[in-house]
Design a protein around this ligand. Structure first.
Ligand code: FES
Length: 96
């Protein structure tokens, strides 16, 4: 398990969620009752995009390894992304 801290647009804590590694973030965040906007759930629309504030090196941006919406270094689409095992707390900011 890896811990993810989800913050809102003002960088205020929404929730800290333990995440299973190598499984998509969006489903796990929804299961933890964290609301992330989404639409296609295939990595093509960017509705589920979050900013990565800390520990981007532990974020696996595309578990499907298929073409997806292009992103900047600090952006991640939670519907196709996962995380590696780490003791660090990965910090994401929602765009909503
Ligand atoms: S929901 Fe469309 S890219 Fe994630």
């Amino acid at each position: 398990m890896t811990l993810i801290r989800i913050e809102d647009e003002k960088w205020e804590l929404i929730k800290e969620v333990p995440i299973e590694t190598w499984k998509t973030l969006l489903k796990q965040l929804e299961a933890a009752e964290v609301e992330i906007p989404n639409a296609c759930r295939t990595g093509m629309c960017a509705a589920c995009m979050c900013y990565i504030e800390k520990w981007a090196e532990h974020v696996v941006k595309n578990l499907k390894w298929e073409p997806a919406f292009p992103l900047w270094e600090d952006e991640v689409m939670t519907c196709i992304a996962g995380v590696e095992e780490t003791d660090e707390i990965i910090i994401l900011q929602t765009m909503s």
